[in-house]
Design a protein around this ligand. Sequence first.
Ligand code: ZN
Length: 135
Amino acid sequence: MKTTRITVYFCPYKTPKDIIFTFFHEQILKNKKSALNTKVTFQDFSARTKKMTVAHAIKVINKLGVWGFCVTKNSKEKVIHYWYKDRKNIKLLSNLFAHEYSHAIFGHSEKLACQCGLAAHYAIKYMQKEKLIKV
Ligand SMILES: [Zn+2]
């Protein structure tokens, strides 16, 4: 069996604004004067995309409590950019990392990544319920 080593780097952000501005960098630059009012196509963790302003996307992320995206540096190196509000919210974090990992490692589509994220979410929920883990 042929195997490929993939290295995944992690890039944490301090605020929803920081990560949104990185993600929509070019679109925001084109519209520098009204960066927050620039319309973008935003995607949450359920594979739904919506047109909204940058300001609104920041609000959505803040409400979600977690958000991230995966960037391909080259075929062997991927970077997961992420932000989270509450490090104790293990369900949301497991969803985020499983989602982005499935993009990074397996090259999964958005729909599959969402399913992986949800699977991790429910696994954690089950383990908490059964007291298999203490979080
Ligand atoms: Zn995704």
